[in-house]
Write a new protein. Sequence first.
Length: 251
Amino acid sequence: MSNDQTPQWGQPDGDQPGFGQQPSGHQPSGEQPYGQQPGYGQQPGSGQQPYDQQPGYGQQPYGQQPYGQQPYGQQPGSGQQPYAEPYPQYAQPIPVGPDGTPPLWAPWYGIGFLDAFTRFFKKYARFDGRASRSEYWYWILANAIVTIVLYGGFIAGIISWSVSSQVTDEYGYSHSVGSPPAWIFILLALYGIWALGTLVPNIALGWRRVHDANLAGPFWIIALFVGIVAIVFGCLAPNPAGAQYDRPDMG
């Protein structure tokens, strides 16, 4: 010790702590002095993460939400839509008139036989919109009835006339005598008019039928050459997304 009684550095009476000792006013247990890191093999105080260490596997840092989850009671962020039913933009109800009849641009589900027959001609060459299964199959039934009456009557008339007009000559040969009655040819002419007159609306109806199943209209061309395809298309269930083919502006 020097003459001015000042403790020398490293002396017991000095203010500096000895090696491995904490200075006076040392930090409470679990806390490190400012600027010091914990010793080798020691963990920091409660609630502190070691320097440059990541949280344990499966743990999230404090105050952060797991990836892809929203905090409780909060809505998804901007640009995110909550779950909704498919095709919400096409799920609007079809308007109907005072008598319960939908407009021509819309399909008529649950239509009756006579309404389907008249509606077929009202939408003569309309390839827009949709046609329900009842619209399609009731028309198929009506068309079959007319075909049987006209073309079937023509065939039956020819057969009947051929049988009744048969005569046998002296050589034993049988042949028809006279000409078929006029009504047979009238039936044939009416059937020809019917077939030509319903050609375009028949295609248009099938076109609208595949629209009701949310298929493009040109698919119906396949049905014109393969009959079984027409049956399959006629049985397809309606799809609300088929409303994209509706044209309300056309009435």
